[in-house]
Write a protein that binds this ligand. Sequence first.
Ligand code: ASP
Length: 423
Amino acid sequence: MNLTIRILIGMAAGLVLGLLVQWSGVSADHFLRAFVVDGLLDAGGDIFIRSLMLMVVPLVFVSLICGAASLGGHGNMGRVGLKTIGLYLLTTAIAITIALVLALVVSPGEGAGDGIETTAFQISEPASIKDTLVDIFPRNPVAAMAEGNMLQVIVFALLIGVALSRSGAAGERIRGFFEDLNELMMKLITMLIQLAPYGVFCLMATLFTNVGWEEIYKLLAYFLTVVAALVLHMTLVYPTLLIVLGRLNPVTFLLKMREPMLVAFSTASSGATLPVTLRTIKERVGVKNEIAAFAVPLGATINMDGTAIMQGVATVFIAQFYAIDLTVADYLMVILTATMASVGTAGVPGVGLIMLTMVLTQVGLPVEGIMLIIGVDRLLDMLRTAVNITGDGTVSTIVARSENELDLETFENPQAGMVVGVK
Ligand code: ASP
């Protein structure tokens, strides 16, 4: 049976089990919940996420060295970098604009929030833009890897890759070693990805045992506005860009992205999904390693279109809730800061909400407003993460196409790179 179907079955089974446990009214200290759901299944979900995270640093390091080594040879690295970063910023700005317009039309914050209890929420200060910039440059590559600081690992791997391409015979020898290691990493992903149906089952079961529906009913207008903006972005913006800039069939692309989307949805982390996204972009979509190894990890770190959408709707919602009028200049400021916040948001669950403080502060809205929407954020986080990684894939594919680094035969072949069991 193909992997997507197995993941979907795991997802549905986990969801049904979680809802059954929740609706059966079993108390939290009952054996079924304490030992099975909060014990075994929670541990299973954690192990799945760990097995994905395990691959992230070595994978990015190794594949990017190989990518930079061949790209460094042609000398068009600067152009690829600019194009990729430019498109990431552009898609995020479009995302937030859609979110703002939709939220202004729907007005989810007017008269909303009655009965919402705002509990005290400790808001941690996000780092300043200056610190974020300086922090891209590693001082110690081992520390960067140990901390999983992705941008620093990317910078280090890029430098090593470029140096390799300029090191003559020694460079060639080392490059051969890294190419082999890269093969090995891809094999490891193909092995571990087979755990996905079980991992997703565990994650869904624990989540849906604890999901609070009350909050969603109270914030239905907000929730649905975010969902609608996410759907619009995914079904209109990405396909349009793929057609116009890439001359590619968006349906083929989106169908191939289904596995990373499902993993992103279940884990709510672009970072944890990265190995699956990278594998899909390379082996299923056909983007060559030169582009994929750079663009996909960069996207998982700095490109968060779904997160920007949530922030746009949340800003309008909070403004309306507190009856504060925002000017056109304020909205432009929101577009700018949310795009920056997206760059600074780490690809892990829930950070988008913390970064919202930056946006709210810029336009003088009360940061306590975050407490209004925190109750529904987990489900929205899952949805927006799926959009985040689809954006990473879309931009990587468009850049590869423009650089002639997309293998069209792989792109057109629906069977390419399908996981069919480890040989
Ligand atoms: N969970 C999101 C991601 O990993 C980030 C966020 O919006 O909180 O992409």
